[in-house]
Structure formats: C-alpha cells, structure tokens
Design a binder for this molecule. Structure first.
Ligand code: NDP
Ligand code: MG
Length: 380
C-alpha cells in the first residue's frame, strides 16, 4: 500500500487525484490532505478518505473544521504546518497540486526526504528549477510530471537516449483567444478568459492559458525536467488537445503521446509508474475526432509566451521574476482591477526593473519573489 499526501486536495488536480486513487484503492491510500481555506470540501474529503493528517493553511479557516475531525486525524495549520507535514509526517508519494509559488517550500521538504514527487505545481520548477533538480539528484527523489505535456514527453522518452533528442515539441491548445486579433485583448473580460475550450482547471492556470504564459512556464518546466536547452524546446498550437506533446529525434522521427484532455491519465501515470494500470477513463476515438491541426504560435500576439522564452534564455532568477509578476497580475485581473492586456505589460516591466540574481539558494529565491510582488503591486 503506497501512502499518498495530496497538497491542494480541493483544487482541480487534487479532486482528480482523489478520484484516481479511488480506482486504485488496493494499492494506494490517502494519508494527508491540505487546503488553503476550503474546509467545507476538505471535511467531505476527510469523511470519505479518512486521512491521518490534514493541513489548513489559513489559520482562521481551520477553526471551521477543528471540531469536526475524527480524533485520529491530526490538524495542522499555517505555512509551518505545511512544512511540518511535508518534512516529518509519514507518506510515500507527495502530490504537488497547490497553485503558485506557495508550492515551492513544501516540495523542497519532500525532495529532501527522497520522496516520489507527482508534480502538477509547475511554478516550483519555474522559480527554482536548478535548486530542486539538484536536490532531487542529491537525495534520490524522483519527479514524475503530472502536467500533461511533460507526462507525454516523459512517456515518449522511455527507452530513448537524451543525446538523440533533436527537440521537444510542447503542444498548446492556445486557450480561448488563440484565433482572436490582438486588439481583442484590450477588452477581453474575466469570464471570456476563464472559458477554456478543452480543459476544466483552476482559475489561475486558466488565465495563464488565455495569455499563453502557461506554455511559457511549461517550456521552463521542460528545460529543468529533461535538461534540454531552450533552443531544443518548441511550442506548437494544437487546438484539439489530443496530442499532449511530442519528441523529435536526431533521425527526424517523432514520437507523440495521445489521449483525451483529462488530467486523470497523467495523474495515474505519475502514481503508478513504471506500471500502467487499467482504468475506466474515456478512450480516444480518432474517427470521431476527425482531424488534428497545428499552427505556429504568434509571439507578437502572445507576448507572455515570448517573455517566458526570454526569461529562460536570460537565466538566473528571471523566471522567478516572470512568475511572481504573473501571479500578481493574474490575481488582479481576476479581481477586475486590471485589463487582460496589462498582464504582459506588468511582467515586462518587472523583468526590466527587478534586479536579476544568479544564485539558486532558497532565501534568494524567496527575496526575489517578494521584491517582484512588491514592485508589481506598486505599479498597479
Ligand atoms: P486550483 O486553484 O483548482 O487548486 C489549488 C489548490 O491549492 C486548492 O486546494 C487550494 O486550496 C490550494 N491553495 C491555493 N493557494 C494556496 C496557498 N497559498 N497555500 C496553500 N494552499 C493553496 O488549481 P489547479 O488544481 O488547477 O492547479 C494546481 C497546480 O497544478 C497549478 O500549479 C497548475 O499550474 C498545475 N496544473 C493544473 C492543471 C489542471 O488541469 N488544473 C493541469 C496542469 C498543471 P483552497 O481550495 O482552500 O483554495
Ligand atoms: Mg499543461
């Protein structure tokens, strides 16, 4: 029985992960769950999955569940509780399904213990890819990507030699706006940006898909996961989201992984690897899909994608600055305080103004994140 600890259990990935585990209940058990503040859903999950511990990050929200937990379920709160659970409590697999920079510190604790990391929280690798991958090597921890593109590439690389890879091709749905004119972005509403054509996800990543910075974050994630330079990572728009990504080899051969746009498959693969396990998820029916199409992304229109490529090329803490500026901008856009078109402007200003630091210690990364947030808040 493998013991699974899910960080961000009330989110889109967290809920999908729980339903995957329900199908695998002979081999996997849920031992820990964390949320920010959604104690109502957490309570339902506790009743159903009977974890040994839960963490509610928001201390005041933790009061709502304190008296409802079974006595054998330990309650921890705040950032400290999250770190304590990751660094001390008993589990085998760490599912990183929190959103944003907040996922970094607990992931590092799990890596230091040599745990298997099923990683959805791409921001962790964007802001501290070098640090995290070095720690993985030192501690024998393995990251199994949950992000569908990276799961696809991981699967395509099995049995292959990295030296024989010519390039990775990340597919992008393009989000709801890929075929709109740039002028549309000026008045694009929150509701329009949240209306993703293929995937049902949390609000932050859905806005990231609309600006296409999500694909930029994934390029950085792929760089750290697979150790390839930015020149060897391409992005292609594939509106059907059936091919989840591809690897092209030095002989010109391309391997692709296909499936329905359903996160349960990459989540299950990250849990059960190296085994594949039967399930009742939907199956891809190619004749009913008909055609798969591909387009070059327009970097002039999707400036955020270009900024992410630039940040990776620049190196150091530039991806951390990009990420922090984006997190602030997206949250302000969701609160309707800025326009959709302001998001790339704020990121560009932050990249030009916040000092880049070429050091990968955790304190420096935290300081860079803090400074960037302060700078972007000031601009707004
Ligand atoms: P959601 O917004 O749906 O869920 C986020 C989860 O994290 C919730 O459980 C939330 O708790 C918790 N959380 C949010 N902020 C904090 C915080 N500051 N401290 C502690 N916990 C917090 O996100 P998604 O599930 O969509 O995405 C999770 C991660 O996975 C992201 O990094 C995303 O980029 C990545 N990802 C998601 C995909 C998807 O299909 N959704 C696909 C590929 C990658 P609460 O409910 O209490 O707010
Ligand atoms: Mg993805």
């Amino acid at each position: 029985m493998k013991k699974v600890f899910i960080l961000g259990s009330t989110g889109s990935i967290g809920v999908n992960c729980l339903s995957v585990i329900e199908n695998l209940s002979e081999d996997f058990e849920v031992v820990g769950l964390t949320v920010n503040s959604n104690t109502e859903l957490l309570h339902e999950q506790v009743k159903k999955y009977n974890p040994k511990f839960v963490v509610v990050k928001d201390e005041s929200a933790s009061q709502n569940i304190k008296d409802k937990l079974p006595t054998e379920c330990e309650l921890l709160t705040s950032e400290k509780g999250l770190l304590k659970a990751s660094s001390e409590l008993d589990y085998d697999i760490f599912v990183g399904a929190m959103v944003g920079f907040a996922g970094l510190a607990p992931t590092i604790e799990a890596v230091k213990r040599g745990k298997r990391i099923a990683l959805a929280n791409k921001e962790t690798l964007v802001v501290a890819g070098e640090l995290v991958t070095n720690l993985c090597r030192e501690n024998g921890s393995e990251i199994l990507p949950v992000d569908s593109e990276h799961s696809a590439i991981y699967q395509c690389l099995i049995g292959e030699n990295l030296n024989e890879v010519e390039k990775l091709v990340l597919t992008a749905s393009g989000g709801p706006f890929w075929d709109k004119d740039k002028s549309f972005f000026e008045n694009a509403t929150v509701e329009e940006a949240l209306d993703h054509p293929n995937w049902k996800m949390g609000s932050k990543i859905t806005i990231d898909s609309a600006t296409m910075i999500n694909k930029g974050l994934e390029v950085i994630e792929a760089h750290w996961l697979f150790g390839l330079t930015v020149k060897k990572i391409d992005v292609v728009i594939h509106p059907q989201s059936i091919i989840h990504s591809m690897v092209q080899f030095v002989d010109g051969s391309i391997k692709a992984q296909l499936g329905l746009p359903d996160m349960k498959l990459p989540i299950q693969y990250a849990l059960t690897f190296p085994k594949r396990v039967e399930n009742n998820f939907g199956r891809t029916n190619l004749p009913s899909i008909g055609s798969l199409t591909f387009f070059e992304p327009d970097l002039n229109k999707f400036e955020c994608l270009k900024l992410a490529f630039d940040a990776l090329t620049e190196g150091g803490a530039a991806p951390c600055i990009l990420n922090a500026a984006n997190e602030v901008a997206v949250s302000k856009f969701l609160q309707k305080e800025i326009r959709f078109s302001h998001i790339p402007l704020l990121i560009k200003k932050a990249l030009n103004s916040v000092e880049n630091i070429f050091s990968q210690d955790l304190a420096t990364i935290f300081e860079c994140d803090r400074k960037t947030r302060e700078y972007v808040q000031g601009l707004i």
